[in-house]
Design a protein around this ligand. Structure first.
Ligand SMILES: Cc1cc2nc3c(=O)[nH]c(=O)nc-3n(C[C@H](O)[C@H](O)[C@H](O)COP(=O)(O)OP(=O)(O)OC[C@H]3O[C@@H](n4cnc5c(N)ncnc54)[C@H](O)[C@@H]3O)c2cc1C
Length: 496
């Protein structure tokens, strides 16, 4: 707890995503004076749930994981005091529809090695045995490490090396050393078969790249989501950030909506003045930006933080929000399905389809369902069309929405006939609603352990969210944000 003899530190958090709210709540519980400024009228950002014409649509994220005992979400609940209306999922976590018409059911919890052996023979069994063993060790390490990448030499020598050494000693047969330098594809059969397509499709949604690019250690953990405490959240994914927002209020923190931050003025000594579009100014001893680096730079007046060409020309998300009349054939379907039609993946050739639980009456009018469908799409082309040819932009938007609806019928038969409301969103829509530069989502492509970003962005200036380690997903972001809060508390205590 903060020593009452010391002046209370003012903390301003920019953004009420899962990252910002997690750090904010822990700091407020620690006695700091915390204000969160959010540009939207609801919390959650990419993992928010918004209300439209009687439906509650998940904005982007739909699958909630990390809720297993001792996992990241229970740890966050303990640290923040947040509670969530969850129900553990069972059966299939994600059904993956393959181009030959077969469907691979990724089970919640154990059973995937057996399922893979049945469907893909020895190579499937070998791959998922490696994946699970590696993921177990990686989760063990991720929970043990206080932070990554090292924030300082002291942090590296005093903390990380001893923790990593302990981890290796506990796992003497550890194959992880070699995997640190290999892509996931090193563990897959060489030829381009259906198993490889399945792995690529799943990696694309969890690690933003395919098996030839994703680092083997990251990839094994990213593929592990179904085994790691998948939960149904009443009210949609936004329930995570709503629970955090409530916990923030309980801890004495303040959350202000419709407050878009337009500038951070740095003061000598490391404090800041945070300016909003409405002309309000907040003094902050500490600023925490729940933003990407490319959004933070311009707020600091640094226009040089340009997005690297690879990312600007890389993937964003195209999302369809569909309100539909329920159909009897949907009654027994898993809530999350992926359809893989052909390579190259993305651009509607692969779609992730999530449907609201029929038991959750808060999500849709009676007899209806709220559906979120997403695909990866090239970011740059949408900006190009938007700026040079608005008609082409509108046409391409419609074309991709049509392909996605058609392909989604492999997962939800009769979808087009049942749909009553279809709202397509490009990366430009994403930028408008989440404030993320270029509508870029998904965190850093996990191609190398060494490409992770640290959280410290300057004196008393921190980043949280999916652009720092351990990267994207609500569970990973919450875990990373919890670590940042602990670092800040340590920092404050050290200075006293
Ligand atoms: C299509 C899609 C599908 C996904 N599927 C899943 C999934 O199934 N499961 C999963 O776990 N994860 C999924 N993810 C990833 C997950 O949603 C993200 O990793 C996570 O939500 C990111 O949280 P964040 O805190 O980093 O930032 P964000 O969610 O981006 O939150 C940032 C917040 O800051 C606010 N903000 C921005 N600029 C300003 C400003 N200037 N002033 C004030 N406020 C500002 C925004 O409005 C927003 O609320 C998906 C993501 C997408 C896009």
């Amino acid at each position: 707890m903060t020593n009452p003899n010391h002046k209370t530190q003012n903390v301003v958090v920019i953004g009420a995503g899962v990252g910002g709210l997690t750090t904010a709540t822990i700091l407020a519980k620690h006695g700091l004076d915390v204000t969160v400024l959010e540009q939207q009228v609801y919390p959650g950002g990419c993992a928010g749930t918004f209300f439209h014409k009687g439906y509650r649509f998940d904005a982007g994220a739909t699958l909630a994981a990390g809720f297993y005992p001792g996992g990241p979400m229970p740890m966050v609940a303990e640290a923040t005091g947040a509670t969530w209306p969850t129900e553990p999922a069972s059966g299939t976590a994600i059904a993956v529809h393959l181009p030959d018409g077969s469907v691979f059911h990724r089970p919640v919890g154990d059973g995937e090695v057996e399922a893979a052996a049945q469907m893909f023979g020895k190579s499937g069994e070998r791959f998922f045995t490696w994946q699970q063993a590696t993921a177990d060790r990686m989760w063990d390490l991720a929970m043990a490490l206080p932070t990554w990448p090292p924030q300082s030499v002291t942090n590296l020598i005093g903390n990380l090396i001893p923790k990593a050494a302990q981890w290796f000693l506990r796992n003497p047969s550890n194959p992880g050393v070699v995997d640190a330098f290999l892509p996931v594809s090193a563990h897959l059969p060489k030829h381009d078969n259906i198993l490889r397509l399945l792995v690529d499709g799943q990696l694309l949604i969890s690690a933003q790249q395919t098996s030839d690019k994703v680092n083997a250690l990251y990839g094994a953990s990213a593929l592990d989501l179904p085994r790691r405490g998948v939960a149904h959240l009443r009210g949609g994914m936004g329930a995570i950030s709503q629970g955090l927002a409530q916990a923030l209020e309980n801890a004495g923190g303040t959350l202000r909506y419709r407050q878009k931050v337009s500038r951070i003025e740095r003061l000598p000594g490391g404090s800041s003045m945070v300016h909003t579009h409405r002309g309000e100014i907040y003094h902050a001893d500490i600023v925490i930006a729940n933003l990407t680096l490319y959004d933070l730079g311009p707020l600091l007046g640094d226009m040089r933080t340009k997005m690297p060409h690879g990312i600007a020309n890389g993937f964003g998300a195209f999302v369809l929000h569909v309100g539909a009349r329920d159909h009897p054939n949907w009654a027994r379907l898993p809530l999350h399905q992926q359809v893989l039609r052909k390579r190259p993946l993305g651009e509607g050739n692969s779609v992730f389809v999530s449907i609201s639980d029929v038991k959750d009456s808060s999500r849709a009018p009676h007899g209806h369902r709220a559906i979120t469908i997403s695909t990866h799409t090239n970011l740059a082309k949408w900006w190009h069309w938007d700026q040079t040819d608005p008609n082409r932009y509108a046409e391409e938007k419609q074309k991709l929405a049509t392909i996605m609806l058609e392909h989604s019928e492999w997962a939800l038969p009769n979808l087009r006939q049942q749909a009553q409301l279809v709202m397509p969103g490009t990366p430009i829509t994403y930028q408008r609603y989440t404030g993320r530069a270029f509508g870029w989502v998904g965190g850093y492509p996990q191609t190398s352990l060494l490409s992770s970003r640290g959280a410290k962005a300057g004196k008393n200036l921190w980043l949280v969210g999916d652009s720092i380690f351990p990267g994207q997903s609500t569970a990973a972001v919450a875990l990373g944000a919890m670590r940042v809060a602990n670092e800040i508390i340590k920092d404050i205590n050290y200075k006293r």
